[in-house]
Design a binder for this molecule. Structure first.
Ligand code: OOG
Ligand code: MG
Length: 267
């Protein structure tokens, strides 16, 4: 990845500070490519890695990773064509059935995902879906609350990656299951907002099989010089499009075989 870097070290630090400000103080910023039109995906990951280092230096704990833009619905919604990854910290986790504040978010949206908890460390390149399934302790249903910090949802892949894939909050819940007891390609999911179905899908929407998305994530991590440690919590990517939420909304995501995950949003 480093071969396609166009940003200097000073630019990377500058953009990291810009993204960190938008994330921690919840304000929208223009997409980074307005100022750096030649920004590459490698540049995006350089900014994201700098952000990860800063959060860890401030005491945030890395709990796992997420794959993003792994379904056609999401790629179309976001106008991009390649998947991406982002990191997850303990500060982003919220308990099931809790009230989630929106005052510290910019444009919150919710999406249904299958989450994996790993029992063995995985190292790319060359990681396959079979390797992922063999290294998985269990899977559980999750809702990711993404929050693009870019104004007017105008962005491109390099900017989204620098913004850590819009990662903001996540909620795991439902019923944990062993992968050998499920067919992960055919799980139906339904998302309800305030009691009405707002979107639905099937887990095959994620690269044909959610384990494929985790394999892709492990192979991107290898390019960043990282592995996927045992014990990691990993989200495999939105199965459905992301649905906007505001204070007063309540969300229930119902997953076939995995139970449901719920939360409500407050000021
Ligand atoms: C990028 C985040 C993508 C997913 O699951 O596809 C993502 C965005 O839509 O802002 O988390
Ligand atoms: Mg997601």
């Amino acid at each position: 990845m480093s071969s396609n870097l166009t940003l200097s070290r000073e630019d990377i630090v500058r953009l990291c500070e810009r993204v960190e400000g938008a994330q921690t103080r919840a304000y929208a910023i223009p997409k980074l490519t307005d100022e750096y039109p030649d920004m590459t995906i490698a540049d995006g990951y350089a900014v994201q890695s700098e952000l990860r280092r800063r959060f860890i230096a401030k005491g945030h704990k890395l709990v796992g990773w997420k794959a993003g833009l792994t379904s056609k619905a999401k790629m179309q919604q976001m106008g991009v064509s390649v998947p991406s990854i982002g990191f997850l910290t303990d500060r982003m986790a919220r308990p099931e059935s809790s009230a989630i504040s929106t005052s510290d978010l910019v444009h919150p949206r919710v999406e249904c995902e299958v989450a994996f908890v790993m029992k063995e460390t995985l190292q790319g390149p060359g990681c396959t879906a079979a390797d992922v399934l063999a290294a998985t302790d269990y899977v559980l249903p999750a809702v990711e609350i993404i929050d693009s910090r870019f104004s007017g949802f105008k962005f491109d892949l390099a900017s989204v990656i620098a913004d850590n894939g819009s990662s903001a909050r996540f909620v795991g819940g439902g019923r944990a299951r062993y992968v050998e007891d499920l067919d992960l390609r055919t799980l139906g999911v339904v998302m309800e907002k305030n009691g009405e179905i707002v979107t639905l899908g099937a887990s095959a929407a994620v690269l044909g099989h959610p384990a494929e998305a985790i394999a892709m994530l492990v192979n991107i991590l290898a390019e960043l010089g990282e592995n996927l440690p045992a014990g990691s919590f990993v989200m495999s990517g939105g199965i459905t499009e992301a649905i906007p939420v505001k204070p007063g909304d309540s969300i229930v995501a119902r997953f076939q075989e995995l139970g449901s995950v719920s939360m409500r949003f407050v000021e």
